[in-house]
Design a protein around this ligand. Sequence first.
Ligand code: GRF
Length: 321
Amino acid sequence: MAEPAKIAVFISGTGTNMAALLYASRLEGAPFEIVLVASNVADAGGLELARIEGIATFAHPHKGHSREDHDAAMEQAAKDAGAQFIVLAGYMRILSEGFVRRWEGRILNIHPSLLPKYKGLDTHARAIAAGDSHCGASVHLVTPELDSGEVLAQAKVAIASEDTPEGLAARVKLAEHQLYPRAVAEYVSRGNDPEYLLARVRELALALPETHERESHGSPGFRVGTEKSGKFFAHFNDQHHGSQHIAVLVKTGSMDELLGLVETQPDVYFKPAYYGASGWIGVILNRPGIDWDHVAQWLERSWCAVAPARLTKLRDAADRF
Ligand code: GRF
């Protein structure tokens, strides 16, 4: 099994979501561990709980610091702790754009509404006032625009006619405590999840002109051309022939190129069994920090290598404009 992902949790208040994450991380097989709990509030309740549980803590009050300087101190603490992801759990500070960009795709938040409804504050009161039947919580990726990143998961909570914002907020938190650990676990694991990786490859491969999917030797493959005379330009491999890699196989230009890449970048490439002999290289997908643009470039190159001339010509012409 892969090493648990290291996460830093940022809090400002009671930290009950942090506690839910912490106890979930201690269950057998959990795919993440908390390496730091950090706060902009020196006496945030959650810091004490983290200390009792032996988790490193960091408190840095924001008063008197610019947003950038405060963010930089929090970021440094997260980095020093070896965090690979930052998980916001009731962190009541808007983060500077630079910070968010540096952690793009690696910073998550939980928000007490069914986004895109009710961004910002007073979500429970607004849901009640609107006469909604449900409110809930959303886990989303953090982007520079407040509460607007991709929603990863949601939990619904029914609203009763006699609900007060406080009573409803307490029930929403119960749901949050179920939702957040599961959403974080799924998110940090997806780089090792063959289904997720195949879906990404499929999306990129089938975005190329005149392509279709066809199984080959029990694995998904992608072809260009007609159903009848098309040719494979990519094969998806999930730990084939004893390999640890989840990979996409694509065509290289020559055996020299293949061997050179495998030798100089063994964490990115490998020579697959059988296919390697005819110039196919394995691009490893289950590795930290994978660059999907790079995968897309390889797919396109491989597509060009086998596509019929009528298609590559069209593409070359389009490129000239
Ligand atoms: C939660 O309701 C969360 O959705 C919001 O802030 C609250 C944090 O609560 N972002 P806690 O500190 O985890 O108890």
